[in-house]
Each structure stands twice: as structure tokens, then as C-alpha cells.
Ligand binder design. Structure first.
Ligand SMILES: Nc1nc2c(ncn2[C@@H]2O[C@H](COP(=O)(O)OP(=O)(O)OP(=O)(O)O)[C@@H](O)[C@H]2O)c(=O)[nH]1
Ligand SMILES: [Mg+2]
Ligand SMILES: [Zn+2]
Length: 354
């Protein structure tokens, strides 16, 4: 999928450009997908919720019953990695031939328009999109203090993807039981740029001691939330604690030796307090899907008051003299770590556009 869209011009109003480009970017992948044509088919179809992948097929919850569903007769599909995702609302037609002996079988004939979605660049050399999850309200970005240590650069990437896909972000630092005595305040300070200027909830938790779990549980209650982050940070451990289920949990030492991911596919699980959570496999890196270097600045909300004051338009806020964004970084009004993320990402996006 390629996207053509206008670039900023000097007479663009401040927010009008931002709203317009984001709108164009978003409307691209919000459209409804009709997989199989035919009026009779859609009349026969019942609505369901995609719970997880079953190899190339899908487990779909149809009014509380799990169906094993296939996608057949595909037309007009940009890529199978974007066609159906966990969280999608789909329409299925019952099939007489069973695939699994213990479940009704169906074929998916239609995918409803997505209310929200989290997309990333699929792992591997090929340039293609992967829809991680559809229609969830929140993105819980899970990192841990150590084993593995957190990197704020990754959090900043997730925040952009959440903003693009209309998910409300939450930051979770797990394994705070491993923070040496006297260091907790320093760590809190490192996360202050999120809770402060950006107003993003930050939860400091430990599944081991139970610290902070109740507050996190309250935050997720009644809503749908994807938990995403590197392998080994404790996503499945958190989900087990909150859903009282038994997701597989990895042995951290073994994981480091072999780079093994314990959770292998995204899966939707109901919360006892209402709503649901989606457990997902650990990610090694998070490539943002479809973002222009010039568009990047709009995803750094704390830059907004300064962007229009820069001497040069357009200003990349990297090498130009009399750049108000840079001045704000030097003056401490913009967090230096966030600015560093901006510069690194900008460089990466420019390289890929060349
Ligand atoms: N010390 C400590 N260890 C924890 C905590 N939470 C989880 N762990 C351990 O961290 C390891 C990894 O936990 P998982 O829940 O499997 O991590 P994950 O994020 O689901 O990993 P993937 O499925 O591979 O993405 C396990 O050995 C857990 O016991 C915590 O709060 N403190
Ligand atoms: Mg897991
Ligand atoms: Zn500038």
C-alpha cells in the first residue's frame, strides 16, 4: 500500500495540516473489507469477534460460542497481514464441513470497519504492514526495570503508533521489586515526561509483590486493552494476575540464551471486572508503519507551542539556526530524551524515504 498525500506548505494553518494529514492517513485503512460478494451470503452471516489465530485460520466468538473460521474466496485484499486481526468484528457464514471436531466451522465473509487499530512494520526485510490488533480502546506499553531493561526510545515509538490508530496509551513499568533501594525516585523522574506534559498514566508495578496491580486493574476495567512490549517484561504475568487465567510464562534466563518468545500469538481474554485484555508476543523492535519524516513532529505534542515560532518553514528542528524547539530543549521546557527520540526517528524515516 502506498499513500499519496500533501505536504505542509507555508500558508498552512497550525492545526489544519495536522488534522488533514492524520485524517488521510487514518481513513486509508479504516475501510470495510468485503471478502466474499453476494447478498445471500451476508444475509446468512452472523457477527463475531476474532479471539486469536489458529494457524492460517481464526478463532471467532459468535454469541459466546467459539467457531473455527477460515477466510475463503478472497477478493481485493491488500495483504493477508492486514486483512483480519485479533479484535476484528467479522461476519461469518456457517460451514457444514467441520475443521476441528469440537467446534462449529465458518467462513469469514466480511470485516467491519475498524474503530481503532495498532499497526507496525512487519518483522523481516520486506516492507509490509502488520495489524497487531483492531478495535481496542487502550494500548498498555509494558516495559520492565531490568531483565530486560527498558529503553524510552521504544516507548516513544509506541506512543506514535497509538496516536495514529486512536488508542489511549498507558505506560507500565514492571519488576519494580528489582529496583535497588534508593533508586526509585530516579526511575520515577525518568518517566515524568510522560505523566507530566503528555498526561499519560504511568503505572509502577510488580507482579511479584502485587504492588500497583489494583490501580492498573482499575484502569483496565470495563475497557479493551492491548498489552505490548519486549519479550520477558511480564505481559503474560500481568494478565494471569488480572484475569486469573494461566497464560504461559517464560523462564527469563532461557529467554536470554535463545532469544525465545513465550507467547507466540495475540489472544483476547475477558477480564472478570468487564472488558478484555489482549496478550501479545514480545517485540524486538517497533517499526512505525506509514509515517513521513515531515509528519513526525505532529506526534510530539509538547513541541506544538514552539513549532510555529521557528525561523525557517519548514523546519526539521535538527540543524536549523534559531529553531524554537531546540531552544526549548536547551531551556529544559522540552525533555531531552523525547527530543532525542524525535531526532533518531527522523533520521530513520529520512533514510527510508531516500
Ligand atoms: N522479579 C520479577 N519478575 C517478574 C515480574 N513479573 C514477571 N516476572 C518474570 O519475568 C519472566 C517473564 O515473564 P512473562 O510474563 O513470560 O513475560 P512476557 O512479557 O509475557 O514475555 P513474552 O511472552 O515472551 O513476550 C518470568 O520469569 C516471570 O516470572 C516481577 O514483577 N518481578
Ligand atoms: Mg507472554
Ligand atoms: Zn525548528
Amino acid at each position: 500500500m502506498t499513500r499519496k498525500k500533501s505536504r505542509p506548505t507555508e500558508d498552512d494553518g497550525d492545526d489544519s495540516f495536522k488534522v488533514r494529514t492524520r485524517h488521510v492517513a487514518k481513513s486509508q485503512y479504516r475501510t470495510r473489507t468485503l471478502i466474499k460478494q453476494g447478498k445471500e451470503l451476508t444475509q446468512l452471516a452472523v457477527r463475531g469477534l476474532v479471539i486469536r489465530a489458529l494457524g492460517p485460520d481464526w478463532l471467532v466468538d459468535v454469541n459466546g460460542v467459539f467457531w473455527h473460521c477460515v477466510v475463503s474466496g478472497i477478493v481485493n485484499v491488500p495483504h493477508s497481514g492486514t486483512l483480519i486481526a485479533v479484535g476484528d468484528a467479522v461476519w461469518v457464514v456457517e460451514e457444514t464441513q467441520h475443521i476441528s471436531s469440537n467446534m462449529p466451522a465458518g467462513s469469514i465473509v466480511k470485516v467491519d470497519e475498524r474503530r481503532t487499530l495498532l499497526s507496525r512494520r512487519a518483522a523481516g526485510k520486506e516492507l509490509r504492514e502488520q495489524v497487531v490488533v483492531a478495535n481496542v480502546d487502550q494500548l498498555c506499553i509494558v516495559v520492565s526495570f531490568v531483565e530486560p531493561p527498558y529503553h524510552r526510545r521504544l516507548i516513544d515509538r509506541y506512543l506514535i503508533a497509538a496516536d495514529k490508530g486512536d488508542l489511549t496509551p498507558i505506560v507500565v513499568l514492571n519488576k519494580i521489586d528489582l529496583i535497588p533501594e534508593g533508586f526509585f525516585e530516579d526511575i520515577q523522574e525518568d518517566f515524568a515526561p510522560y505523566s507530566g506534559p503528555l498526561g499519560i498514566p504511568v503505572h509502577f508495578i510488580s507482579v511479584l509483590t502485587g504492588q500497583g496491580l489494583q490501580e492498573l486493574s482499575n484502569r483496565l476495567s470495563g475497557l479493551s486493552t492491548l498489552l505490548s512490549g519486549p519479550s520477558g517484561v511480564g505481559k503474560s504475568s500481568i494478565i494471569n494476575a488480572l484475569t486469573h487465567t494461566d497464560q504461559r510464562i517464560g523462564d527469563i534466563s532461557r529467554k536470554y540464551e535463545r532469544g525465545k518468545h513465550t507467547t507466540s500469538a495475540a489472544q483476547l481474554l475477558p477480564l472478570s471486572s468487564g472488558g478484555y485484555v489482549v496478550d501479545s508476543p514480545g517485540i524486538r523492535e517497533f517499526g512505525i508503519w506509514e509515517l513521513d519524516a515531515d509528519e513526525l513532529q505532529w506526534y510530539f505534542a509538547e513541541f506544538m507551542p514552539y513549532i510555529q515560532q521557528c525561523k525557517f518553514t519548514p523546519c526539521t528542528h535538527t540543524h536549523e539556526p534559531e529553531c524554537e524547539v531546540k531552544k526549548a530543549v536547551e531551556g529544559g521546557e522540552i525533555d531531552a530524551g523525547r527530543y532525542e527520540s524525535y531526532c533518531l526517528l527522523r533520521e530513520e524515516l529520512e533514510t527510508s524515504e531516500r
